[in-house]
Design a protein around this ligand. Structure first.
Ligand code: ZN
Length: 133
């Protein structure tokens, strides 16, 4: 893994949270993108060298809606940048880690992504992401 690519934060309502994070970071989002397959709206901030992704459910069936129902708003996942997501998934599977999906899929911000199951990572939801060529 190369570095933390971004940190994901689950929010209930962008109309409430965007003004709040604008004040917190003293800036505005550089990008908003709906990922239809995940039923989620993503809102990206650049904070110095770091990226923060706010996640709002676009449907009650979204994993983000379910997450907020169970745990409330807040820290959702940590994403790590990897050079070769397929090779990294093979390596981690061989080490006994479980993935939520067996194959990488398209994510926001032109990435291929895969989530490790938090059961196998001390309760932390971890996303691997690779820039799509
Ligand atoms: Zn993410």
């Amino acid at each position: 893994m190369n570095k933390i690519e971004h940190i994901g934060i689950a929010i209930k309502d962008a109309e409430v949270s965007v003004p709040l994070f604008n004040k917190l970071y003293h800036s505005t989002p550089y990008k908003t993108e709906v990922v239809e397959s995940e039923q989620v709206k993503t809102i990206f901030y650049q904070v110095g060298p770091n990226k923060i992704e706010l996640l709002e459910a676009t449907s009650p069936d979204s994993t983000i809606a379910k997450f907020i129902e169970k745990k409330g708003e807040g820290m959702h996942h940590i994403a790590y940048d990897v050079t070769d997501i397929y090779a990294e998934m093979e390596r981690l599977k061989a080490e006994g880690f479980q993935f939520i999906h067996e194959q990488p899929k398209p994510g926001a911000d032109n990435k291929l992504i895969a989530f490790l199951h938090p059961k196998s990572t001390n309760g932390v939801l971890i996303e691997l992401c690779q820039e799509r060529p």
